[in-house]
Design a protein around this ligand. Structure first.
Ligand code: CFM
Length: 533
């Protein structure tokens, strides 16, 4: 892998190579289990074709977008609203007669004259018009790049309209350029949802075991499977942040006994703020992979320490694992030893390694697009992370214990006891701890590198996103999108794992990829004609 790394770096000018060198890291034979240091969450160098998204995408598309009854208005040119319109496949299920605005895309459609003379009036008019049509309980406004550049005061508009309409209206300064990637947008959305939504509902659900699920966005229906599983166990899900969620359910979040954190990158801010303000502890879970799901459920049972819940969890694991094992017995021999490379977002490149391990496949290289050092190396490195100007740009909310509602669910001794029995309380170990020595970790992979990695590593399967997809497929290599799941899924929990095994077998052992030949391999000269000829 050191050779692979050297080869890739040799294609760069010296200055770029020096920078990328710190973002391509080979996991060596571990010294005391400490993963190597990696450079992450820094600006992509100009001229490099990154696979990252923008801050607006992280704020609107990722964190707030999946909440169906908050009416969401993009303040900006039409493209930003259009391209963030249902492309992430975050699903929702509204009850009969309940609001669901997700099929809509609302935008102020800024034009040249608005950029020159200001777009604030247009925004106020748009909020009134949207309210008149939809009568929502809450409206969220998202800024796009030009809004920050021309200085429209979206927060004043939100405050005024909130008063005028008598509903919650809040705005987010999530201009695309605000941070180095979509990660900044997650933080901005966490701050806004925490300030304007969480705790705004005084009546919580009844239940003996109440939990929130953080960082699960219901892509391809993952959250539906997890909801069913929790219900079967007699666990009350107060709300998810934010897959299949509502303004009302998120308002009740402080009633939970514990927060389970699925995607650490996008929602760790919320977990920490809720712990400080309300005394709700959190622990990290991964519901991707059958073994990982069983582990997360056992940790949940351990947290509550209730024998009835523990035995329901064990029964469920036993029943579901039997089906999973039967499917693995059939498919594992067909996939064992095959190699995968995986460059995805800020958590899946880690979570999905579990599924490949179950199939006996080898993840030879993996990386995140926009995660921070803690997602690679574990939260213990947080005190050592250098805060640069780009991170300082994102507001850090000052949170203190709520004088009326703060009640610690566990005392310090209780938390220590859970930690001692292996429950990852307030902790995330990161991706690298789970990777084999000799594997290559790549942060913020770019177009040139992903092509080079195909040449050098010759993987049997690639997992990434839409930007890589067709380049990979044209080489005759099967490719699975782990963002949208390519119209597939769900892949969470036990049943999701079975879906995934079948999909991977279909891709890796399918013959279609061996039959295609890129046109430029047959003849380097492409000849085309116009339809009118
Ligand atoms: Fe979290 Fe996500 Fe991800 Fe993410 Fe995303 Fe996503 Fe992702 Mo695409 S919140 S970090 S910003 S798990 S949209 S549901 S798949 S890049 S790995």
């Amino acid at each position: 892998m050191e050779e692979v790394k050297k080869d890739i770096l040799s294609g760069y000018p010296a200055k770029v190579a020096r920078r990328r060198e710190k973002q391509l890291v080979v996991k060596g034979a571990d010294e005391g289990g400490t993963p190597p240091e990696i450079l992450a969450n820094t600006r992509t160098l100009p001229g490099v074709i990154t696979q990252r998204g923008c801050t607006y995408a992280g704020c609107k598309g990722v964190v707030v977008g999946p909440t169906r009854d908050i009416l969401q208005i993009t303040h900006g040119p039409i493209g930003c609203g259009f391209y963030s319109w249902l492309t992430r496949r975050n699903q929702t299920r509204a009850a009969e007669g309940e609001d669901n605005f997700m099929p809509y895309s609302l935008s102020t459609d800024l034009q040249d004259k608005d950029i020159v003379f200001g777009g604030e009036k247009k925004l106020r008019a748009a909020i009134r018009e949207a309210y008149g049509i939809f009568k929502p309980k809450a409206i969220a406004i998202f800024a796009t790049c030009p809004v920050g550049l021309i200085g429209d005061d979206i927060h004043a508009a939100a405050r005024d309209l909130s008063e005028e309409l008598g509903i919650t209206v809040f705005a987010m300064s999530c201009e695309g350029y605000k941070g180095v990637s979509q990660s900044a947008g997650h933080h901005i959305a966490n701050n806004a949802v925490f300030t304007h939504v969480v705790g705004k509902n005084d009546s919580g659900p009844e239940g003996e075991f109440k939990v929130n699920l953080l960082g699960e966005y219901n892509i391809g229906g993952d959250a539906f499977l997890l909801e069913e599983m929790l219900e079967e166990l007699g666990v009350t899900l107060v709300t998810t942040f934010s897959g299949n969620s509502t303004f009302v359910s998120m308002g009740k979040a402080p009633f939970a006994d514990v927060n389970m954190v699925m995607c650490h990158r996008s929602i760790n801010y919320m977990a920490e703020m809720m712990e400080t303000k309300y005394g709700i502890p959190w622990f990290k879970v991964n519901f991707i992979g059958s073994g990982a799901t069983a582990k997360a459920l056992r940790h949940l049972a351990e947290y509550f320490g209730d024998p009835g819940l523990s035995s329901r969890v064990e029964d469920l694991i036993e029943r579901e694992t039997a089906e999973v094992e039967a499917e693995l017995a059939r498919l594992r021999p067909r996939l064992e030893g095959k190699t995968v490379i995986m460059y995805v977002g800020g958590s899946r490149a880690h979570h999905y390694q579990e599924l490949f391990k179950e199939l006996g496949m080898k993840v030879v290289s993996a990386g995140y697009e926009f995660a921070h050092r803690d997602d690679y190396e574990g939260r213990r490195v947080i005190p050592d992370i250098k805060i640069d100007a780009d991170s300082r740009n994102i507001e850090q909310l000052e949170v203190s214990p709520d004088p009326e509602r703060h009640s610690p669910r566990k005392d310090a001794a209780g938390i220590e006891k859970l930690k001692a029995s292996g429950v990852p309380m307030d902790d995330y170990e990161g991706m690298m701890a789970d990777m084999e020595s000799g594997s290559l970790v790549v942060d913020d992979v770019n177009h040139y590198e992903s092509e080079r990695l195909l040449d050098l590593l010759k993987p049997d399967l690639v997992c990434a996103g839409i930007k890589e997809k067709y380049v990979v497929q044209k080489r005759g290599i099967p490719m699975k999108q782990l963002h949208s799941y390519d119209y597939g899924g769900p892949y969470a929990g036990f049943r999701g794992a079975i879906n995934f095994y079948r999909e991977i077998d279909r891709l890796v052992n399918g013959s279609v990829w061996k039959k295609i030949r890129a046109p430029w391999d047959a003849s380097p000269e492409l000849i085309g004609t116009y339809g009118s000829d």
